[in-house]
Design a protein around this ligand. Structure first.
Ligand code: FAD
Ligand code: MG
Ligand code: MG
Length: 306
């Protein structure tokens, strides 16, 4: 699929989720969350910075939150494109989608799981991302502000960057949908239209999407940082959970475009051998990440630095 096709696909996926009726409270809440995110993009953001130019970039690290936001963003860009055609006299078939790839930035900040790196590469192709990966400088990994400073030097047309941060993330409780960066960061606008999403909304939409999900989540991870500070979430250890209950059975069984006979399968990416070897060391077996829906426990697999 080219960028126009995957954008149209995400538009149809989002509409399909919004059309679900008579399902769980989680689905109804997630539909509200989607409508608000769409409003932010289509009414507040796109009239100021066109997503069809290079004024907006997307910050992407393969995590579940920015993947959900990316699916919504692509769908909204398609809707914006369709709306822009209404004002012209020519038929839609005569209009080419003006973008070939989506400006995206990935900061190679810390040593991360090979599965996650593979996932960033494979989804970059799937979603037609033009992925900028930050340079490591003189053997040293750059801090996030340093890396964005360099990015802006080579992408000076960038005015704003989309971020998949949520209110429940550390230090995020007072963030705004649109706000400038802090004084110790390079100067640009932060676009944060996912702030109001809860963990259960993320899993509900992602599992329904039937898009590939990074394999590391299938191993009991719920929030992924560096190899050195991230373990599977202890609250998903099967010795601790007892009889597991899954909130998203319906989403998995009725996932978008799912082939017959695949009803219980979740579309997770392959876990790298390196990570399988690494995980042998962690005690016990874990349920997949989507069994955890308590936002306050999302980062319980992180080892705190002293
Ligand atoms: P995560 O859930 O891991 O990340 C939240 C989101 O941040 C992701 O969905 C993704 O969109 C983005 N992101 C995280 N890691 C990466 C990465 N390695 N490469 C690319 N994108 C990534 N903090 C400040 O204090 N002041 C600022 O002005 C400020 N501006 C920022 C501008 C941008 C564009 C970004 C990406 C971050 C900025 N931050 C700023 C940091 C931000 O508030 C989070 O602390 C940071 O994104 C890490 O999030 P997390 O690991 O807690 O959560
Ligand atoms: Mg996150
Ligand atoms: Mg992070």
């Amino acid at each position: 699929m080219d960028l126009g096709q995957i954008s149209e696909y995400c538009y149809n996926l989002t509409n399909s989720y919004l059309e679900i009726t008579n399902q769980s409270q989680v689905i109804a809440d997630t539909q509200d969350a989607i409508r608000l995110t769409k409003r932010y993009f289509l009414q507040d953001i796109f009239p100021r910075w066109s997503p069809l130019s290079s004024e907006i970039s997307f910050s992407y690290n393969g995590g579940k939150d920015c993947q959900v936001l990316l699916l919504l963003y692509l769908g909204c860009i398609w809707e914006f494109f369709l709306n822009s055609l209404q004002d012209t006299q020519y038929d839609r078939q005569y209009h080419k989608y003006p973008l070939r790839s989506l400006p995206t930035v990935f900061i190679d900040q810390e040593e991360t799981f090979a599965t996650m790196e593979d996932f960033v590469a494979s989804t970059s192709e799937r979603y037609c991302l033009s992925l900028y990966e930050s340079l490591r400088g003189d053997g040293r990994k750059l801090s996030m502000p340093e890396a964005f400073e360099l990015y802006l030097k080579s992408h000076s047309e960038t005015k704003a960057i989309v971020i998949g941060i949520r209110y429940t993330d550390p230090y995020a409780a007072d963030l705004k949908t649109i706000q400038p960066t802090d004084a110790d960061w390079p100067d640009f606008l932060r676009l944060q239209p996912l702030l109001h999403w809860k963990l259960s909304n993320i899993w509900s939409f992602l599992l329904f999407s039937n898009e590939p999900i990074c394999g590391i989540y299938g191993m009991g991870f719920t929030s992924v940082g560096s190899i050195k500070n991230t373990l599977p979430n202890p609250h998903l250890n099967v010795d601790r959970t007892g009889k597991p209950s899954l909130l998203f059975q319906w989403e998995i069984a009725h996932a978008f475009g799912k082939a017959e006979g695949q009803h219980d399968q979740v579309n997770v990416s392959k876990v790298s051998r390196k990570d399988l070897a690494l995980l042998k060391g962690s005690n016990g077996k874990y349920l997949p990440g989507w069994y955890l829906t308590d936002d306050s426990l999302e980062r319980a697999g992180r080892i705190k630095s002293c």
